[in-house]
Design a protein around this ligand. Structure first.
Ligand SMILES: Nc1ncnc2c1ncn2[C@@H]1O[C@H](COP(=O)(O)OP(=O)(O)O)[C@@H](O)[C@H]1O
Ligand SMILES: [Mg+2]
Length: 295
C-alpha cells in the first residue's frame, strides 16, 4: 500500500547551507493494510525524517514514495490535498498540534472546512462524536475545551480521531507514546491495535524497542540514516543478526535484572562518519529477515 523505494534525504547545513548532511540513506520499506511497521533506532538515526517525507512535510532528495502504486512526491496542491485524505500523522508533542488560543475541537473544524464543507452541521457533529467514541473519548468531556484543559493523552487521541474523520489508510505515528503518562500509554497503544484491525497501516516511529515489540508485525532498525536490519518482529527480536541490533537489544533494561548484575556496557560502535557512505547492502538471512553486511 505505502512503499518507499530507495529513498534518500540530505539537508543543507552549516553557514549558508554550505554543507550537506545525509539524514536518510537508501531506505526501502513498505506497509500493508492492517499492519504496524515500526521504525526504530537511536536519536538522530533518521526516523522522523522518514515520517516527514511520507507526510510530504519535507522533500525527498532521491527515490520514490508510492501509495497504491502511485508516486506521491512532488505533485501539485490538489494531489497533495487528496493525499492527506489518505495519509495523516500524529507526533510526539500533542500540544504543538493545537493553537492554545482556540478550543481544541477546532482541529475537527479545519477538516470540515477543507474536505467536507457541504456536510450539514448536525451530520458533522454526529460524525465527530462518532470518531471520538472510536478513540474512546467521551465527546461531552472534550468538546468545547481548550488544549490546556485536556491531558496529553486526550489531545493525542483527538488527533487520531481527526485522522479517522478523513478515513485514512496510513497513519504516521512519530514517538506518540513517549510524552504520555504511564496510565494513558497503554490506552493509546491498544487504540493503535484496534486501528490496524480496521485495516489501517501504521508507520510507528519509536526509539523504544519494547513498544515496537509490543505493537508491530514488522520492524526496521535504523542507524545513521540507513537500515541495518528488518524483518518480522519475532525474528528480529529473538534472533538479531546485526551487531548494532544486538547492542540495541542488549541495552534495553530488563525488569528481572538489576543494574548491579548487568554485564559490562557493550562497546560503542564506530562513530557517525559513515553517514556519507553508501549503506551496506542487505542480504536475506531468513525468510523476510534482512541484515546489512557488517564486519
Ligand atoms: N531540518 C533539518 N535540517 C538539518 N538537519 C536536520 C534537520 N532535521 C533533521 N536533521 C538531522 O538529520 C538527522 C536525522 O534526524 P531525525 O530524522 O530527526 O532523527 P530521529 O527522528 O531518528 O531522531 C540528524 O542528524 C538531524 O540532526
Ligand atoms: Mg525523531
Amino acid at each position: 500500500m505505502l512503499e518507499l523505494k530507495h529513498v534518500w534525504k540530505s539537508y543543507r547545513v552549516g553557514a549558508l547551507g554550505s554543507k550537506r548532511l545525509t539524514a536518510v540513506r537508501d531506505v526501502s520499506i513498505d506497509i500493508a493494510p492492517g499492519e504496524v511497521l515500526s521504525v526504530v533506532g537511536e536519536s538522530g538515526s533518521g526516523k522522523t525524517t522518514i515520517g516527514k517525507m511520507v507526510l510530504q512535510l519535507t522533500s525527498v532528495t532521491k527515490g520514490q514514495i508510492l501509495l497504491d502504486g502511485e508516486d506521491v512526491t512532488a505533485r501539485g496542491h490538489a494531489a497533495r490535498k487528496a493525499y492527506y485524505r489518505r495519509v495523516q500523522g500524529v507526533f510526539q508533542d500533542p500540544f504543538s498540534s493545537y493553537n492554545p488560543i482556540f478550543k481544541a475541537d477546532r482541529i475537527f473544524e479545519t477538516v470540515r472546512e477543507s474536505y467536507f464543507a457541504d456536510v450539514k452541521r448536525a451530520e458533522w457533529t454526529a460524525r465527530v462524536e462518532d470518531v471520538l467514541q472510536g478513540v474512546r473519548l467521551d465527546p461531552g468531556s472534550v468538546l468545547g475545551k481548550y488544549p490546556h484543559q485536556l491531558s496529553g493523552g486526550q489531545l493525542q487521541r483527538m488527533l487520531i480521531a481527526r485522522a479517522l474523520l478523513l478515513d485514512i489508510k496510513v497513519l504516521v505515528a512519530d514517538e506518540i507514546i513517549s510524552m504520555l503518562d504511564a496510565s494513558t500509554r497503554i490506552d493509546v497503544l491498544n487504540l493503535l491495535g484496534e486501528l490496524k484491525e480496521r485495516g489501517l497501516g501504521v508507520l510507528f516511529i519509536t526509539h523504544d524497542l519494547s513498544l515496537a515489540n509490543y505493537i508491530s508485525e514488522r520492524v526496521v532498525i535504523m542507524r545513521h540514516g540507513a537500515v541495518v536490519e528488518s524483518g518480522t518482529t519475532g525474528k528480529v527480536f529473538t534472533d538479531p543478526r546485526h551487531p548494532y541490533s544486538r547492542n540495541l537489544l542488549a541495552s534495553v533494561p530488563q525488569l528481572h535484572r538489576k543494574w548491579s548484575d548487568s554485564e559490562a556496557v557493550p562497546e560503542k560502535l564506530e562513530a557517525d562518519g559513515d553517514r556519507d557512505l553508501d549503506p551496506a547492502p542487505l542480504t536475506e538471512v531468513d525468510e523476510g529477515h534482512w541484515v546489512a553486511a557488517h564486519p
